[in-house]
Write a protein that binds this ligand. Sequence first.
Ligand code: FAD
Length: 318
Amino acid sequence: MKVTDHIKNANGKTMFSFELVPPRKGKNIQELYDNIDPLMEFDPPFIDVTTSREEVIYVDNGGGGLDKRTTRMRPGTVGICASIKHKYNVDTIPHVLCGGFTQEETEYMLVDCHYLGIDTIVALRGDATNAEKYFKPTEGGHAYASELVAQIAAMNQGKFLHQVVATEAKSDFCIGVAGYPEKHLEAPSIDADLRRLKDKVDAGADYVVTQMFFDNQRYFEFVEKAKAIGITVPIIPGIKPVAVKRHLQLLPQVFSLDMPDDLVKAVDACKTNAEVRQVGVEFAIQQSKELLEYGVPVLHYYSMGKSDNIKNIAAALF
Ligand code: FAD
């Protein structure tokens, strides 16, 4: 079932969901299942699986030097979605990227999803590779997520690339996109970024999932501003519990966000990362309680591989 249908059917009750990162290639999928198992008792209607684009790595060439190679270290998003859907009987949502993929490759991935009964897709631009300073569109790919949304929406109308097929069985993908309560780091202003979000909705996006934030006020203001410019689709908050001390520098740097001072002080006072993890869980529970009261459709957690902290948060709320 589509995410928007899950939201409709919940009749205003907030649901629990989470996002997973595929294992690095060569790792066993069991690792992923071990992190999903403890979360299934909270009845997630859907689980997201991220996509990673290619990266530059250096491999030993056996002659004392290193050779530069380009590879995707975490492939398999659609396969993982299929395996989770099959094993747990839950809807799965692959993230689809502009960066690293041609429009053709995207079309093939969407065809696979359609055959597998995956009916929700999150459409994203992606970031620069580790070898680039700025995002550069892949040759034959899209420059912005709005263009990717338009490709998926066109496919829903039976329009494949090059108009080469007479469609008999149209897809009907529900399309999610990213939103940024503290603005995307490249955007010149929050209002400019919101207008870009509106472009994505106008192109066919059915719902928004936000980047992580720690100050709920930012989310509330974002939702109000979005409504004011005509964005009426559901806006699902994304929540990330702080897990290690380094997150105090890393998260603001990578995602261009502010952290409330009470959280910063509490993490600073921790002597071990186990203590930080506990502080992160307690903060996320309080943050989630306020969002529940506000009536958000879904509380969506970024699990980043290890689910014990997400389980502790969900146990206090659901
Ligand atoms: P866009 O909506 O294309 O926006 C990118 C920037 O361009 C913004 O600053 C926007 O304001 C600006 N912009 C948009 N349109 C135009 C235009 N026409 N002209 C000029 N400027 C424009 N990354 C991954 O690699 N894999 C994932 O699985 C993944 N999942 C994510 C899930 C969520 C919920 C979120 C919030 C992010 C995720 N990301 C993921 C990160 C995402 O790829 C990055 O944040 C990326 O930098 C922007 O993606 P976007 O889809 O928001 O891009």
